[in-house]
Design a protein around this ligand. Structure first.
Ligand code: ATP
Ligand code: ATP
Ligand code: MG
Ligand code: MG
Ligand code: MG
Ligand code: MG
Ligand code: MG
Length: 264
């Protein structure tokens, strides 16, 4: 390409390649999803149609072949890239912007498929950030942190909404009732309302874990199969199949079962 005298302005761009040999985590979170879920009538505390987020995460894994594992709960998703990835020159802004825009685009693209009876009232937005983790241990602690957060919030939300739906409390009464309660007490409140928290669905208690379908053992989990609407879309989708699990990723067994998720 011919150079123009304006070309020098490119040198004002800063290099933002992130440190080598660290796991790259891209975390995406829905912007103001409390309102978004309200306005679109999400069932509280957990609407299964929000599986749409898993589809959006699959979309990100399609464009990030070096993403070994993704973990999602509520309105957030984390994508882990192998420490030795050289994708997009490890450029921070390139990676964050691609992950966020792909996630957002897929979320909208499949909205009607997951919410056939609910019109999308306004375009949702997501924020994104990139964090580096220098060791297996810290990466695992990061994912454990997100899964513990899922557990704490889900137990709280399940109890909060059960008090409203089953006991007729107002939102502020329910909040008051739960203030300063420990997990054990929340479990007891639920039990008195006829709910055994252990029987709640794993997808809500544990969140969603996405790994490449090549890792699948003995027909476990589900392969996310998309119904392509066009041949162009189906070409795009065949790039990468993804296995969806709702399992514990805090303790060792998961990592012993899939040792290659951590090895470069
Ligand atoms: P911010 O823009 O700061 O992220 P936010 O309103 O998105 O604000 P979060 O802390 O991210 O706040 O919380 C996400 C909210 O989305 C939850 O509190 C819950 O109300 C709602 N939400 C997410 N997933 C679901 C779901 N599957 N079913 C029902 N509600 C959901
Ligand atoms: P990268 O992912 O590196 O950005 P790219 O293929 O998007 O790769 P760009 O250098 O960003 O490459 O160039 C954008 C290309 O998009 C242009 O070369 C042109 O082919 C196409 N394009 C952009 N806008 C239009 C338009 N309005 N009409 C037709 N083609 C367009
Ligand atoms: Mg937030
Ligand atoms: Mg949010
Ligand atoms: Mg959130
Ligand atoms: Mg371009
Ligand atoms: Mg361009």
């Amino acid at each position: 390409m011919a150079k123009s005298r304006f070309e020098y302005v490119r040198d004002f761009e800063e290099s933002d390649a992130v440190m080598k040999q660290c796991f790259i985590v891209l975390r995406i979170d829905g912007s103001n999803f409390h309102r978004f879920s309200d306005k679109h009538g999400f069932v509280k505390p957990n609407d299964e149609r929000a599986l749409l987020a898993n589809r959006a995460a699959h979309g990100v894994m399609q464009i990030m072949p070096d993403c070994t594992i993704a973990y999602g709960q509520s309105d957030e998703y984390s994508f882990v890239l192998r420490p030795d990835t050289t994708v997009h020159g490890r450029r921070r802004q390139k990676l964050v912007s691609l992950a966020v825009s792909k996630f957002t685009a897929v979320y909208q693209f499949y909205w009607a498929h997951f919410f056939p009876e609910t019109a999308l009232l306004y375009p949702p937005a997501f924020d994104g950030r990139l964090v580096l983790y220098p060791s297996d241990k810290i990466l695992r602690d990061y994912l454990a942190w997100r899964q513990v957060d899922c557990h704490i919030n889900n137990l709280y939300n399940t109890t909060f909404h059960s008090l409203i739906q089953k006991q007729g409390l107002t939102a502020s009464e329910s909040e008051k009732r739960l203030s300063k309660t420990l997990s054990k007490e929340k479990n007891e409140i639920l039990f008195q309302l006829g709910i055994n928290y252990n029987d709640e669905k794993d997808i809500f208690k544990k969140g969603s874990v996405l790994i490449g379908a090549e890792n699948r053992k003995e027909n476990e989990g589900e392969i996310d199969l998309w119904e392509a609407q066009s041949s162009e879309e189906s070409k795009h989708l065949q790039k990468r199949q993804v296995l969806v699990l709702h399992v514990d990723i805090i303790k060792d067994p998961f990592w012993q079962r899939y040792p290659n998720l951590l090895l470069p």
